[in-house]
Design a protein around this ligand. Sequence first.
Ligand SMILES: C[S@@+](CC[C@H](N)C(=O)[O-])C[C@H]1O[C@@H](n2cnc3c(N)ncnc32)[C@H](O)[C@@H]1O
Length: 231
Amino acid sequence: MSGSAPAADIRGMFDRIAGRYDLANRILSAGVDRFWRHQAITTLLDGLGDSPTTLDLGAGTLDGAIAILRRRPSARVCAADFARNMLVAGTRKPAAAAVAAQVADAHALPYQDRVFDAAFSAFCVRNLRDRELALRELRRVVRPGGRVVILEFFRPRRPRLFWDGIYNAHVLPLLGRAVTGDAAAYRYLPASIAAFVVREEFEARMRAAGFAKVSGRELFPGGVAALVVAE
Ligand SMILES: C[S@@+](CC[C@H](N)C(=O)[O-])C[C@H]1O[C@@H](n2cnc3c(N)ncnc32)[C@H](O)[C@@H]1O
């Protein structure tokens, strides 16, 4: 599967690996994915009060939604993802009981205008078929002045010998296949990073989608994961 695979293929891929997705994440990132989500959610919730209404877009197995609830137990947390099996794996987690999970496509969100104080999306936007449309949908459902935090693997500005030449190209597909049994999914991951935009380009697209204030920062040396924050 290439870095710009059709939506049905991407959905099918996540549905296939759903049962082993969390384990693969922990192993492939050596647990650092939790730290990245923690950082992103700290930024998301900063100054939002005790009970914000939040969306986790491309919520997968609900780790982000659960992390929001842990930090703000009285928040209202909605989670949207188009891969049903990912959400089903997430809703089996006891901590996800209060999450309102819904099968939904980021290009046509089933929410009213301006209902969310904040939206979070981790490792989803790289997979979108029509990024502009999906960003406008995000803009639509978040209230004016509300915050959007995107956590992603953006395309690096310069090729990185270790991450691109060794880890992503060789180690990740082998480990991903060993854990999930799905070689294609873990070849798709580095291919989708290589086919994605650099962070600054994504920030420009957020501005074009109507977000007035957009900034970004790297979360790891070498820019492996980064945040884009928009309001
Ligand atoms: C790499 S996973 C990330 C899951 C979760 N956010 C996390 O941090 O572990 C990407 C998720 O985005 C979802 N996704 C991709 N394209 C989507 C779309 N068009 N609409 C909704 N969800 C989508 C996939 O089904 C998958 O669950």
